[in-house]
Design a binder for this molecule. Structure first.
Ligand SMILES: Cc1cc2nc3c(=O)[nH]c(=O)nc-3n(C[C@H](O)[C@H](O)[C@H](O)COP(=O)(O)OP(=O)(O)OC[C@H]3O[C@@H](n4cnc5c(N)ncnc54)[C@H](O)[C@@H]3O)c2cc1C
Length: 680
C-alpha cells in the first residue's frame, strides 16, 4: 500500500468474530518515525491548486471550536464553505461553556515540559487506548494553536511581566494550561468566530444558522451532501458539496443529566452511523469529578466546577463515619470538622499527583468514598472541595482573581459562598467549602476516523468532540479545546486536500438527483411518523428514563449483569418511544418538541451502543470501569492481550439489530504500554 494510500478505511482483511464478519480497519497512519509522520505527510500529500479550490464546495456542520476553525480556515484557503449550526449564532455553540483552559507544550514555566511530555501524558491519561500517531501530531501542533489565538486577540491570562500565564490540570506534573479566567472556551470561540465572520464577509463562507442536519447524502459511495431542516420554518432543504465535515460535538446528553448544554445532541453523528460511518469506542464516556451534585428530580442540567479549581482546592471527606452521618443529617457543617479529622483521600492514595489525578481516577475515588458511607450531603453523594489552606496561603483576593467567576457561579446555584470565612482554630482558618460530585461531561468515543480525519465513508470527515480520535479511554483536562482547534485550524485543512485533489473534475452535483430525493423523503416520513405516534409520554419523560437507565447500568461502575439488564431496558424504552410518544404541533414552523424527539430517537440508539461496547470490553480502562476487572486497590485493570484495539461498531440496517464490531489494532512505536501510576 502506498504511503498516502487513498483507499477507504476498511482493509480487505476480514476475520470471523463472534460469528459475524469483523473487518480490520486501516487507520492510514503514514510510515516513518512517530515524530516525523506529520511532517512527512504534509510533504507528500496531494494539494488542490488555487483555481481548483474555487470550484470546490465543502459542507461544515457545526460552528463550535472545531467547526468554526475548520470553516474559517477552509474559506481562507479558497474553498467555498457552507457552515451550519442549530443555534441562532455560531457564538452560541457549546464550546462557549468551556471554562478551565487549553493545553500546549510551550514550556513557558521552564518546568520540563516538551512536545514529547504532552504526548506521553495524553497517551498515559487515555489509559493507553489512544492512537499514538494522532496524539503525537496533537502535541506537535498545540503550540501553533496558542500563537494563532494570540494573533486573533484571544485575551489569555498573563503574568505581571506580560508573559502568558499557565496553570496545572489533571494528569500532568507541569503547568501547561493556557486560560482566560474561567471563560477560556468563550474567548477562544470569539477568536474563531471573528475569523469565521471575516470569511463570511469575504463571501467564502455561507452561514446557515438555525439549521439542523438530518441526514447525509451518499452518491456512488461518497458523501455528497446533506439534508437539513430549517428549524424556524420546519422546511427540509438540500445542500450538495464535494465533501462533508461533521463537527457536531459529543453525545453526553444521552444520559439526560450532564454538564453539556441542553441543545447538545448526536443526531448528525448517528445519522452518519446509520449511513455507514462506524462509531468507535462509544463506552468511553468521561465522568467529571467536580460538578455541583444533583439536588432533585426536576433538574435538567448539571453544572461543572472547572478542574482548574483542583490547582488550589483540596478534596476531602471526614475520616470518621459518625461525622459523615452528622453531615448527611445536617447537624454538622463542613467547617465543623477539624483539620485532623479530614481525609484528603486523593493526596493519601496518589501522593505524586494528589488532587490533580486524572478525572476518571478522581471520580472513582469519590464514588468509592460515597459508596462506603462517607458522602457529605443529604443524599450521601458529595465530597468537599475546600480552599481553606490556599486562602490562608495566598489570600482571598488572589484566589478570587483566579476563580472569581466560578465561585460566583457556585454561589448563585447553591447559595453558599465558598470563600466565606467561618472560624479560626489551632492556627487554621476554616472557610466554607464547595460540595461536588462526579457527572457525565465528555465523550471520548465517537465517529471512527483515520489519520486524515476521514470516516469509513469517503468524503465524510469528522472533527472535534464528535470523532473518537485522540483521547483514548479518558481525556485529560484542557485537551478537548486543544483537539478541536488542532483539527480545525491545523489538521483538516491539510488532510481534506488529499481527498479533494481529484474532485474538481466533477461538475457541481445537482440536488435534484434521486439520492437527494430519497434522503429528503425518508427524513420527511420520519417526522410524520413521530408526530403520528400520538401517545401519552413527553419527550423529556422518556429521555429522563433513558438517563436513569444509563447512569445506573452504564455509569461509573459497570458489570456484565448490569449491562445486559441495561440493554434490555433500553430496547424496551425504544419500543415505548415508538408507541407511546406524544409530540405536539406540526411539521411546519418552529417545533422544539419535534426536534427534541429526533434527538431522543438517536440518544436511545447511542445509549444502546454505549452499553453494547461496554459489555464487549471485558476490561477496565479510563472512563470504562468494569467492576469485575479491578485490582485489589480498586484501580482499573486493563487487558492488553485481548483489548488493545479501537472497537468500531457498524450499523446493520435497523436500530434494533445488534451492530457488528470491527477493530483497529493499536500499534505503539515509542511509548511503552504499562499500568498507569499516579502514586509515585
Ligand atoms: C461545562 C464544560 C466545560 C468545559 N471546559 C473545558 C475546558 O476548560 N477545556 C477543554 O479542553 N475542554 C472543556 N470542555 C470540553 C469542550 O468544551 C468540548 O469538548 C468542545 O468545546 C467541543 O467542541 P466541538 O466544536 O467539537 O463541539 P461543540 O462546541 O459542541 O459544537 C457543536 C456544533 O455543532 C452544531 N450542531 C450540532 N448538531 C447539529 C446538527 N444536527 N445540525 C447542524 N448543526 C449541529 C451546534 O450548533 C454547534 O455549532 C468543557 C465542556 C463542558 C461541558
Amino acid at each position: 500500500m502506498s504511503r498516502l494510500s487513498r483507499i477507504s478505511g476498511i482493509s480487505g482483511t476480514t476475520r470471523k468474530n463472534q460469528n459475524k464478519m469483523t473487518k480490520v480497519l486501516n487507520s492510514r497512519i503514514p510510515e516513518g518515525p512517530v515524530a516525523q509522520k506529520w511532517t512527512e505527510f504534509k510533504a507528500h500529500q496531494r494539494l488542490v491548486n488555487p483555481k481548483n479550490k474555487l470550484k470546490l464546495d465543502v459542507i461544515v456542520v457545526g460552528t463550535g471550536l472545531a467547526g468554526a476553525s475548520a470553516a474559517s480556515s477552509l474559506g481562507e484557503m479558497g474553498f467555498n464553505v457552507l457552515n451550519f449550526c442549530i443555534q441562532d449564532s455560531p457564538r452560541r455553540a457549546h464550546s462557549i461553556a468551556a471554562q478551565g483552559g487549553i493545553n500546549a507544550a510551550k514550556c513557558y514555566q521552564n518546568d520540563g515540559d516538551s512536545v514529547y511530555r504532552l504526548f506521553y501524558d495524553t497517551v498515559k491519561g487515555g489509559d493507553y487506548r489512544a492512537r499514538e500517531a494522532n496524539v503525537y501530531r496533537l502535541a506537535e501542533v498545540s503550540n501553533n494553536i496558542i500563537d494563532q489565538c494570540v494573533a486573533q486577540g484571544v485575551p489569555f491570562a498573563r503574568e505581571y511581566g506580560g508573559m502568558l500565564a499557565n496553570r496545572s490540570f489533571g494528569g500532568a506534573q507541569v503547568s501547561r494550561t493556557f486560560y482566560a479566567k474561567g471563560q477560556t472556551g468563550q474567548q477562544l470561540l470569539l477568536g474563531a468566530y471573528s475569523s469565521l465572520m471575516c470569511q463570511v464577509n469575504a463571501g467564502k463562507v455561507k452561514l446557515y444558522t438555525r439549521y439542523e442536519m438530518e441526514d447525509v447524502v451518499i452518491i456512488d459511495g461518497r458523501a455528497r451532501g446533506i439534508i437539513a431542516k430549517n428549524l424556524v420554518t420546519g422546511k427540509l432543504e438540500r445542500f450538495s458539496g464535494n465533501a462533508v465535515v461533521i463537527a457536531t460535538g459529543g453525545y453526553g446528553n444521552a444520559y439526560f443529566l450532564s454538564t453539556n448544554a441542553m441543545g447538545c445532541n448526536c443526531t448528525a453523528a448517528i445519522q452518519c452511523y446509520r449511513k455507514g460511518a462506524m462509531m468507535a469506542n462509544p463506552s468511553y464516556v468521561q465522568i467529571h469529578p467536580t460538578c455541583i451534585p444533583v439536588h432533585g428530580d426536576n433538574q435538567s442540567k448539571l453544572t461543572l466546577m472547572s478542574e482548574s479549581l483542583r490547582n488550589d482546592g483540596r478534596i476531602w471527606v471526614p475520616k470518621n463515619i459518625e461525622d459523615a452521618k452528622a453531615l448527611q443529617a445536617g447537624t454538622k457543617q463542613g467547617w465543623d470538622i477539624p483539620e485532623q479529622d479530614r481525609d484528603y483521600y486523593l493526596e493519601r492514595r496518589y501522593p505524586a499527583f494528589g488532587n490533580l489525578v486524572p478525572r476518571d481516577v478522581a471520580s472513582r475515588a469519590a464514588k468509592e468514598r460515597c459508596d462506603k458511607g462517607f458522602g457529605v450531603n443529604n443524599t450521601g453523594l458529595a465530597v468537599f472541595l475546600d480552599f481553606s489552606e490556599s486562602i490562608q496561603r495566598l489570600g482571598i483576593n488572589e484566589i478570587r482573581q483566579r476563580y472569581g467567576n466560578l465561585f460566583d457561579m457556585y454561589e448563585e446555584i447553591t447559595d453558599v459562598n465558598p470563600g466565606e470565612f467561618v472560624r479560626s482554630e489551632g492556627g487554621f482558618d476554616y472557610y466554607k467549602p464547595m460540595m461536588i460530585f462526579p457527572a457525565i461531561h465528555y465523550t471520548m468515543g465517537g465517529i471512527w476516523v483515520d489519520y486524515e480525519l476521514q470516516t469509513t465513508i469517503p468524503g465524510l470527515f469528522a472533527i472535534g468532540e464528535c470523532n473518537f480520535s485522540d483521547h483514548g479511554a479518558n481525556r485529560l483536562g484542557a485537551s478537548a479545546l486543544m483537539q478541536g482547534l488542532a483539527d480545525g485550524y491545523f489538521v483538516l485543512p491539510y488532510t481534506i486536500q488529499n481527498y479533494l485533489a481529484d474532485q474538481s473534475i466533477w461538475p457541481r452535483l445537482s440536488t435534484d438527483m434521486p439520492e437527494f430525493d430519497e434522503a429528503e423523503k425518508a427524513v420527511d416520513a420520519e417526522l410524520t411518523r413521530l408526530l403520528n405516534i400520538k401517545g401519552k409520554r413527553s419527550v423529556d419523560s422518556i429521555h429522563k428514563e433513558l438517563g436513569h437507565i444509563l447512569w445506573e447500568h452504564v455509569g461509573m461502575g459497570r458489570t456484565k449483569e448490569g449491562l445486559e439488564e441495561g440493554i434490555k431496558l433500553i430496547k424496551a424504552l425504544r419500543q415505548e418511544f415508538n408507541t407511546n410518544l406524544f409530540v405536539p404541533g406540526a411539521k411546519e414552523g418552529l417545533n422544539v418538541e419535534l426536534d427534541k424527539a429526533i434527538h431522543l430517537r438517536d440518544f436511545i440508539l447511542m445509549g444502546e451502543l454505549i452499553a453494547t461496547d461496554a459489555l464487549h470490553r471485558e476490561e477496565s480502562c479510563g472512563g470504562h470501569f468494569r467492576e469485575e476487572h479491578q485490582t485489589e486497590e480498586g484501580e482499573a485493570k486493563r487487558d492488553d492481550e485481548h483489548f488493545f484495539y479501537v472497537g468500531a461498531w457498524e450499523y446493520q440496517g435497523n436500530d434494533d439489530t445488534t451492530p457488528v464490531l470491527n477493530k483497529e489494532p493499536l500499534e505503539y512505536e515509542i511509548i511503552k504500554v504499562q499500568t498507569r501510576n499516579y502514586k509515585n
